[in-house]
Design a protein around this ligand. Structure first.
Ligand code: NG6
Ligand code: CA
Length: 505
């Protein structure tokens, strides 16, 4: 650390005791190259660029996994996905994979006297999983049971049923006359609902892969759903509905005179991409670009509200994404055709589903005027680390079994430590394991196809070990494993060490 940085750290940590609000804005499938502040010229993201200009842009921050559920499990629990065998992409009727007793980041904030809220995409399962979910009753295990005082979510993803909001423990706008039934059987058990192959005349967007079961709102979805007409969301309203809820949560927290922790999990730019009317055609890239413009607007509105409430200076905003980008993820929305020269993963190789860096190295912006230094940070950090870092900030001790893989990176997050972690792992059941250590990335040998033709993404899977020097090869083009066999051996041993490590801090 330079003297100047040490001084800044000293200045900024002086008023650490101030109880700042914390907002995590978590995008879905947004790539390293998708924002103006990360180099995009085709998609204008003035609000995120401004957040970035006021704060710290990380170049070497990682999600723990290249898909949704495992990454979300990690950010909220501070544990690697391998600690939970169910941490893989979940269907919409899955039981909750976070154990009721497990410590979570929102619980940490609750213990510190914060009001905690979640708005947006959940995708970690609901109910205890002991029997099928009855969507018409109160659901027994929801974010409310895991540390969130307020919860307004959709259960899984926008492309799978049930296409409804859940507030607290209940589906919003339930109608006892029109009960909701959900099935993930291969064959449709309901003969009176519109389905993809039976009713193509109802489709407003075609699928390119899968998404061919129920038709809800003119779009084919994964899974079958019957009933709940009044409860079904309108895809073009998702952004504004979630935004309004996020704003309401902030307003109520201010009125309650409490600091707040808000986990605002945006549904963009995951498929199906249906922007609201005002963003249709906002970019030349079609729906994928348009929903990123919409996402940027949501962040701008959130910020405006903080300003209106006089809370901007007292709020830490963290913006990131759960995994890397994909163009065609199963719907015909012309994402390839209209992409032009845009590089959603920036200079990185691979994308969503991939253990190359494109899968997990994601935009990561930390902003809080007066606390966080401005500029660019090359510190190595994982989304896992938010948990322990906030424990530090809140001066709250962590129990032996809390956030076992989370490291205190508070100094890195505020820009006072330019180095961050020694190493971090990226893993999930399908992408295998990757270790980043210093400038090396090591991809351990694994079975599986090196290329996923349906999404046109290189997976990084190979029976041979791969080693890349990120110092001069950010695009991971030159595998130098053969030339540095001692490094390969050491990295493999370290991976094994992490995988065998105890579930204690
Ligand atoms: C895949 C879906 C994809 C997306 C992904 C989960 C098909 C063909 N593909 O199975 O569209 O939903 O699961 O994405 O159904 S994630 O970001 O939530 O992990
Ligand atoms: Ca995702």
């Amino acid at each position: 650390m330079s003297d100047q940085q040490k001084n800044q750290a000293a200045v900024f940590t002086d008023d650490e005791s101030k109880r700042r609000n914390v907002i995590i804005v978590y995008a879905d499938d947004l790539g390293f190259g998708d924002l103006g502040c990360y180099g995009s010229h085709q998609i204008h993201t003035p609000n995120l660029d401004r957040l970035c200009a006021d704060g710290l842009r990380f170049t070497d921050a990682y999600a723990t996994s290249a898909v949704c559920t495992p990454s979300r499990y990690s950010i909220l629990t501070g544990r690697y996905p391998f600690r939970n065998s169910q941490a893989h992409i979940l269907p919409g009727d899955a039981g909750c994979i976070i154990e009721r007793e497990l410590d979570t980041m929102p619980r940490l904030f609750q213990r510190a006297g914060y009001r905690t809220g979640i708005v947006g995409k959940w995708h970690l399962g609901l109910s205890d999983g002991s029997r099928p979910i009855d969507w018409n009753q109160e659901i027994d295990l929801t974010p409310i049971d895991l540390g969130f005082d307020e919860s307004f979510i959709f259960p899984a993803t926008a492309d799978r049923v049930p296409c409804v909001y859940v507030e607290g423990r209940s589906v919003v706008n339930l109608d006892p006359e029109d009960p909701i039934e959900v099935s993930y059987e291969a064959e449709c058990p309901f003969d009176d609902i519109p389905t993809y192959h039976k009713n193509p005349e109802l489709l407003e967007m075609k699928s390119s892969n899968g998404h061919d079961m129920s038709i809800v709102g003119g779009i084919g979805r994964i899974g079958y759903m019957r009933g709940g007409k009044k409860a079904i969301w309108k895809d073009e309203d998702l952004a504004e509905t979630f935004l309004n809820r996020a704003i309401r949560f902030m307003d109520e927290s201010r009125d309650a005179g409490k600091p707040f922790f808000l986990y605002y999990a945006l549904h963009q730019p995951h498929v199906p991409r249906v922007p609201s009317a005002r963003f249709r055609g906002a970019t030349a890239l079609g729906p994928r670009g348009d929903v990123i413009a919409e996402l940027d607007w949501c962040v701008g509105e959130l910020r405006k509200e903080l300003e209106r409430l006089g809370l901007l200076e007292d709020t830490i905003i963290i913006f990131s994404s759960d995994n890397g980008p994909v163009l065609d993820d199963g719907y015909v929305d012309r994402a390839y055709e209209l992409n032009g020269t845009h590089r959603a993963a920036g200079p990185l190789r691979g994308g969503k589903y991939s253990k190359f860096d494109g899968g997990t190295r994601i935009p990561f912006i930390v902003s809080c005027p007066g606390l966080v230094n401005k500029g660019v940070s090359h510190a190595l950090v994982s989304q896992l680390d938010l948990f322990a870092s906030f424990a530090h900030m809140l001066k709250m001790p962590l129990g032996q079994e809390s956030a076992v893989d989370s490291q205190d990176m508070y100094e890195a997050l505020i820009g006072a430590d330019p180095v961050g972690r020694d190493q971090l792992m990226v893993e999930d059941v399908s992408c295998g394991k990757m270790l980043r250590r210093g400038n090396w990335t090591y991809l351990s040998p694994s079975e599986g196809a090196p290329f996923m033709p349906i999404v046109q993404i290189e997976t990084g899977l190979s029976r041979d070990p791969q080693l890349y020097n990120m110092d001069y090869d950010i695009g991971q083009q030159e595998n130098v494993a053969w030339a540095y066999q001692d490094v390969v051996k050491d990295m493999e041993a370290r991976l094994q060490e992490i995988m065998k490590s105890e579930r204690t801090r």
